[in-house]
Structures are given as structure tokens and as C-alpha cells.
Design a protein around this ligand. Sequence first.
Ligand code: LRY
Length: 227
Amino acid sequence: MLDQVKGGLIVSCQALENEPLHSSFIMGRMARAAAEGGAVGIRANTAADINEIAQNTDLPIIGIVKRDYEGSPIYITPTLREIEELAGTGCAMIAFDATDRPRYQGETLGDFFQKARAAAPGKLLMADIATLEEAVRAERLGFDCVSTTLMGYTAQSAGHNIADDDFSRLKAILAAVHIPVIAEGHVDTPAKARRCIELGAHAVVTGGAITRPQLITKAFTDAIYAT
Ligand SMILES: CC(=O)N[C@H](C=O)[C@@H](O)[C@H](O)[C@H](O)COP(=O)(O)O
């Protein structure tokens, strides 16, 4: 799967319960549109959406399940329950939070990684990270790739954007780890996506700028009404 997506665009097709496009049917059609536009892969949330997307495209899917748990800020595939839900789908890769934040019931990332490997045989494992240190640790633990998904979304990385200073944080991660690095999060223009690939990112994941029309609309209205 990693060979298949090399140098290309993966489109994240997600709409949570509180979003206007929340619907597996719509995510399936979003994935079909992404395929028509030349995407090489899809990132999707929940087994239901993944199954629908698999009916609509042959593209490899990165699966996640977002779920909140009491006492932990981690919500991207946080426990074994979500890994098991994804193991039962046709997704090629499972992504989960690999940040340095407290996990549900105090579990360590290392322990969770081992359990995930055992519970999802045949699936690649992607580390969703926010910092350079987390990327290095993910490689050491044995993840198949890292993705910069959570950069800017954790206390440690607050205010960071992958594109800052000509992608300096992405460059530092690329220089430090040897497993494939996927550029994800705030890659919201074609020019940024191209730059990530030029710098050596294995692939780019773009979500909101393609599949969240409420955000796309807001960019237009903000510009029109700016004072
Ligand atoms: C932080 C978080 O929960 N990110 C999620 C991860 O799956 C998605 O909501 C994002 O859309 C995805 O990472 C792509 O990023 P962007 O939408 O910025 O292109």
C-alpha cells in the first residue's frame, strides 16, 4: 500500500456527527470524486464509512475511529476496541494517536502498539504525531509510517503549522526518521501539497480543503466580509 501511494495525494473523507455532511453514503461519493481527481488513497473515520468507501473505489484506505474517552485527550483510534472495529474492515492501514499525551487508563504507547499489531494482523500501522520527538519514538516502536496529523493540535505543538518557515518542522522530521513520513494537517492548497512532496514527504493527506464544504465556504465569506 505504501508503494501505491508514494508521491501522491490521499484525500481524507470525514464528516463527524456534528458536521453537515455526516453520512456514509456521502463519504462514499466524496471518495469517488477524489478518485476521479487522481487521489491515490483515502483516509476515513469509522467502519461504516470505510465499508461504503470500499464499495465506491478501489483505492487503499487509511482507517481511523474517532471516539472520546473520559480522562484522556486522545480520540483518534484510542483503544483496542477501535482497532478491532478497523481490523474487521478492508482498510490497508490503521492510524492512531502516537503523541506524548496520557492514554486511556494510563496505558503506554508501547503497550498499545504491541496490542494493536496483534489485533490487526496484515494491517499497516500509521503513527499520528505532532512533534519531531514523537516521530522518532514512533519509528523506534516499529510503526510502518508517521503522519503529521496532530501538529498544532496538542499543547506541545500549539500554534505550529506544518507550512511555517517553508515546512521547517516537516524537514526536521524527514531528516530524523527513515520510515515514510506523510504530510497531513493544514496542507490546504495544491502548492503546499506539491512542496511537501518535493521536500521528500512520502505522500500528502488533505482533508478539509477538499471534503469539508462548510470550511471552504467560510474561507470565501471571510475574505469577502473582511474589514
Ligand atoms: C486533528 C484531526 O483530528 N485530524 C483529523 C484526522 O483524521 C481530520 O479531521 C483531518 O481532516 C485530517 O487530518 C486532514 O487534515 P486537514 O483537514 O487539515 O487537511
